[in-house]
Design a protein around this ligand. Structure first.
Ligand SMILES: [Zn+2]
Length: 635
């Protein structure tokens, strides 16, 4: 998977959308606290049914319509810390003023223009994540920017939104049509700041940097929630020959670079797949066949569990394609599986069969049921007819897309940096005014107060670093926008004789290099860096050794810097070791001539004694043996 891709050349465009929970005392539209609860403490629950009438559905977009196909009954869990507003039994109250102030503060830090009046709008959501069927959102500011090494990135919009209810497991409670989807109301209504950048990001590294800067700005206000799940990032990605895809739910910042890389890879692989399919004259047959009889005597548990019901389709010319890897850990078959999974069905295909207890003989019979040749791929689903047909129809439609273009879609981030299909890409959300919430005017006085109390901006910090540490423009900018800026200040404060340039380079470039080498720098703690510079300030080693020491400590974070210097110091000095061996061997030439190869053992003892066991004996043995061989050859 490690192919070098020139992201600029293939026209990568990416934009970020960040959702950050604010640490306000109360929720956005009611006076309930913004604390998450142990779900076991729920004091009541109620059910809602989604009955989307045709006229209503006409107003929602394809993504919402798609969602409506799957689930219709929702079960909500409430608490003694939620009220009738969350239940949608009372109208929302006025916008939370504390949340408005914080969002204005963030907007000013992002060089944005606040709006004159903040209007609350409704955005339809029909996945049940909001009891009222829409999410309330209010535009606060527009047209800002962030500076990065690769150029400016525009910040299009900043909105204040209510967080959605949190999806939870509700066990076996069922609604009238299949099982209900469960939601917890504690999260519903927590204020969120949503920041959207323009698609100005051109490399995976730049995406990470922009996310880092946005995170730093949000945290610098001291008014945002911290910890897992309090910040969620979505990434829009496209390449010139591909399609726009939105990847949702990235919680780990470090993963953003991987996600961008892997999506580019997926699109490039899908383009190659399309060309191959077209060259082969592949086609999709829209004929779903009941092939249960093929598996009448099967010992496959998957099929037995489905009551022996098996349905299938034939993808002509698709042989080998479903097994093609398109992202780390994902094949084209996984993409098709995502679609079947939407209907609660798993699929199997002849690229991977025999497997799952299905025999070679059964595969043969399956293929002949479709008159399939070796170029074709048969896809089957073991489930009752309605479910299997829905799943296979979705698979057929995705397979057809594979021959035409990359579909625009919303995907879900996976923990390894790959992603899975979620739903079609939504169109521009239609907004309706929320008439229950009065507008809020943003007056000059309010902005003035916020402006005079802003935390330090990147620009100010940069100027301060240039002045105080004599950094050049490039380095001052780099560290001012880096998440490690406070560590930089701490080290400079502690060790006055250390070069600021070296500290900046170490905290930025060296760390980036180590990441590229696949080193897990997350294991390095601030104290590791502080210790390294303490020893460097005391001339314990040369500055060239810093990357090696960091690498060592990332692998063995429990080790001390002293230990690292000891271990690395020696292995880096193999030239000296070799010299030592040469001296000893030369002094014992006569002994070697007399003993031959048997001289290695005794010589080893001499050398090891000299090095006091600090170098691996195996390495020394090989070096001594080589030298002895040389001497014997010379005669
Ligand atoms: Zn409430």
């Amino acid at each position: 998977m490690d192919e070098e891709i020139d992201h600029a050349k293939i026209g990568l465009k990416a934009g970020l959308e960040i959702h950050q929970q604010l640490d306000t005392k109360t929720k956005l539209f009611c006076k309930c606290p913004t604390t998450l609860r142990d779900k076991k403490e729920s004091t009541f629950s109620f059910k809602r049914y989604l009955r989307a009438s045709k006229s209503e559905m006409g107003e929602v977009d394809r993504a919402a319509r798609e969602e409506a196909k799957y689930s219709r009954t929702f079960m909500y869990k409430g608490y003694d810390s939620t009220c009738l507003v969350e239940n949608d039994e009372e109208p929302p109250r006025e916008l939370n003023q504390e949340a408005i102030d914080t969002s204005l503060e963030v907007a000013l830090l992002l060089n944005m223009n606040p709006v004159d009046e903040i209007h609350t709008m409704r955005k339809i959501v029909i996945d049940g994540s909001n009891t009222c069927g829409f999410q309330r959102t209010a535009l606060v500011a527009t047209d800002g920017w962030l500076s990065t090494e690769e150029g400016p990135v525009r910040v299009d919009s900043l909105s204040l939104e209510e967080d959605a209810a949190q999806k939870i497991e509700i066990g076996t409670e069922t609604g009238t049509e299949g099982s209900a989807v469960g939601y917890s109301l504690d999260r519903l209504g927590i204020p969120l700041v949503e920041i959207g950048t323009a698609p100005d990001i051109k490399t995976p590294e730049q995406a990470v940097n922009v996310a880092e800067q946005l995170g730093m700005i949000l945290r610098s206000t001291g008014k945002v929630k911290r910890g897992l799940g309090t910040i969620r990032q979505d990434i829009n990605i496209s390449i010139a020959a591909g399609a726009r895809v939105e990847i949702k739910g990235v919680q780990n910042l470090r993963l953003i670079g991987e996600i961008v890389k892997n999506e580019v890879l997926r699109q490039l692989r899908l383009i190659a797949l399309k060309e191959k399919l077209n060259k082969r004259g592949a086609r999709v047959e829209h004929r779903i066949k009941d092939v249960s009889s093929v598996f009448e005597a099967t010992s496959s548990r998957v099929i037995q569990r489905a009551g022996g019901n098996v349905f299938g389709v034939c993808l002509r010319g698709f042989s080998g394609m479903l097994g093609t890897e398109i992202q780390p850990g994902r094949r084209f078959g996984s993409e098709l599986s995502d679609f079947a999974a939407k209907y609660g069905a798993g699929l199997m295909h002849t690229d991977e069969l025999p497997a799952y207890g299905i025999t070679e003989y059964e595969v043969g019979r399956l293929k002949s049921a479709f008159d399939a040749t070796d170029d074709d791929c048969v896809v089957i689903v073991a489930a009752e007819r309605a479910r299997a047909e829905n799943a296979l129809k979705a698979v057929l439609s995705r397979a057809e897309d594979a021959m035409r273009a990359i579909p625009e879609e919303t995907r879900r981030a996976l923990p390894n940096g790959s992603s899975a299909y979620m739903r079609p890409l939504p169109g521009a959300a239609r907004m309706y005014p929320e008439t229950d919430v009065p507008l809020v005017e943003v007056d000059e006085q309010r902005l003035h107060t916020i402006k005079t109390n802003l935390p330090e901006t990147f620009e100010h910090r940069k100027a301060r670093y240039k002045e105080r540490f004599g950094l050049n423009d490039e380095l001052a900018d780099k560290i001012a926008r880096n998440v490690n800026f406070s560590l930089f200040e701490r080290i400079m404060e502690l060790y006055k004789n250390i070069s600021a340039t070296l500290v900046v380079r170490t905290l930025t470039d060296t760390v980036t290099e180590l990441v590229k080498e696949g080193i897990d720098v997350e294991r390095l703690e601030e104290q590791h860096f502080v210790d390294i510079f303490e020893h460097l300030a005391a001339d314990a080693f040369a500055k060239e050794a810093v990357p090696a020491i960091l690498k060592f400590l990332a692998e063995k974070p429990e080790m001390s810097v002293v230990k690292a210097i000891e271990e690395i110091g020696l292995s880096a000095n193999m030239a000296e070791v070799e010299q030592l061996i040469e001296v000893i061997v030369n002094a014992k030439r006569d002994f070697i001539q007399a003993k031959g190869a048997r001289a290695v053992g005794p010589l080893m003892g001499v050398v090891m004694k000299e090095l006091r066991g600090k170098v691996d004996g195996k390495v020394i043995n090989r070096m001594v043996a080589d030298k002895v061989k040389e001497v014997l050859k010379e005669g």
